[in-house]
Design a protein around this ligand. Structure first.
Ligand code: NAD
Length: 354
């Protein structure tokens, strides 16, 4: 199989973790006889430095004309004084919007041997949660207004969802639930919000088409609690944009390090946008100590969801398991008895295990 991939290294630790992801892809290509063509592009702070724009047109063209996009991370204090519409993080929104990737998949898995801030008895059977977050609508994309009424400042943010916007992302979540444990949890605030009531009615109707999926419903405030009280009881979470933003960050804190999570953003068709969930980590950039596993897991997700290469994706995930089982750790997940490795060494070892 031959695929073209837009590679955006970005800022801070972005280029360091991306180098490991590319090593892994090269190993997969060699072992399974594929060809991956990389088109390196600029976005974020480094793009502002070189072109004046956080998301140059050439990058957007490459994103829309390759089979999928990988992104390291963008941002840093150097660009704090940029106008709001040219901040490095704006590049992410621009890419997501242009690609219309409405379903954001954020798996949160606690690997054996890694420390969670939760007590062992709470972790129980382990943590393996898939959060499916709606990504291109809701309050973040609604109208935002500030005005003066009766002499005082007033602000409004509109949260709007259409039936179709809910259906398309729910379909992704139902299909994932079928492949996983068969349980789907819709998280909303249906006791208060009209949008949440619409989410419930759409999901209730769709549930009839997925008889093997057990659908349950939970208010978002309760879900925030259950994630730290009984995380092992949760499998696939489906939720709207803002709730997903908050809950997925909460869940990522339960699995040992922010460097351990990958993500996929998907729309219609096969093309996807894949990134680790961490930022550019300026405090550790340039030291070769970042954890590349989140970025490498994002590569596995790209192989599975965009290229239908299940065997290859599983081999990358298995290699990460072996790397951890053999006691190798980057500094963020290091404990006594483990072997400390650099970011680049982690990439080399994971390649060896593929
Ligand atoms: P961050 O995720 O960059 O860092 C938070 C903490 O986690 C830091 O202590 C960092 O050292 C650590 N960390 C992050 N990734 C790590 C990894 N792979 N291995 C080991 N440790 C890791 O969040 P922040 O400090 O709030 O943001 C830094 C910059 O990144 C900001 O400019 C922010 O806007 C940007 N940001 C970008 C993205 C993105 O590109 N998707 C996401 C979040 C934040």
């Amino acid at each position: 199989m031959q695929k073209s991939i837009c590679v955006i290294e970005g800022d801070g630790i972005g280029p360091e973790v991306m180098a490991q992801a590319i090593k892994v892809l090269n190993k997969v290509a060699l072992k399974f006889n594929h060809k991956f063509d990389y088109q390196y592009c600029l976005a974020g702070g480094c793009a502002i430095d070189k072109t004046g724009k956080c998301l140059p047109d050439e990058t957007l063209n490459a994103v829309l004309n390759t089979d999928s996009t990988l992104l390291g991370a963008v941002g840093g204090s150097k660009w704090d004084s940029e106008p709001a519409n040219n901040r490095p993080e704006k590049a992410l929104l621009g890419i997501r919007k242009a690609m219309q990737v409405y379903a954001n998949l954020r798996p949160q898995k606690l690997y054996a041997g890694l420390d969670s801030p939760l007590k062992t008895e709470i972790i129980g059977d382990g943590i393996d949660i898939m959060i499916v977050r709606e990504l291109v609508s809701g309050v973040y994309f609604g109208e935002h207004n500030q005005s003066i009424e009766n002499g005082e400042q007033v602000a409004t943010d509109i949260m709007k969802y259409t039936e179709d916007e809910i259906k398309r992302v729910s379909k992704v979540a139902f299909e994932l639930a079928v492949k996983r444990s068969g349980s789907l949890l819709l998280v909303d605030k249906a006791n208060v919000l009209a949008t949440s009531k619409l989410w419930r009615s759409v999901v209730e109707k769709m549930a009839k088409d997925y008889p093997t999926v057990n659908v349950s419903y939970m208010y978002v405030d309760n879900c925030a609690m259950q994630l730290i009280k009984k995380p092992s009881k949760i499998d696939v979470i489906l939720t709207e944009n803002m709730f997903g933003d908050i809950l997925s960050d909460e869940a990522s804190a339960l699995i040992g390090s922010i460097g351990m999570s990958g993500s996929a953003s998907l729309g219609d068709g096969k093309r996807g946008f894949y990134e680790a969930i961490h930022g550019s980590a300026p405090d550790i950039a340039g030291k070769d100590i970042a954890n590349p596993i989140g970025m490498i897991l994002s590569v596995a997700m790209m192989l599975r969801h965009s290229f239908d290469l299940e065997k290859e994706a599983a081999s990358v995930e298995k290699a990460i398991d072996l790397f951890l089982q053999n006691g190798y750790r980057t500094q963020d997940i290091m404990k006594a008895d483990n072997t400390l490795v650099k970011c680049s060494e982690a990439g080399d070892l994971i390649c060896e295990y593929i």
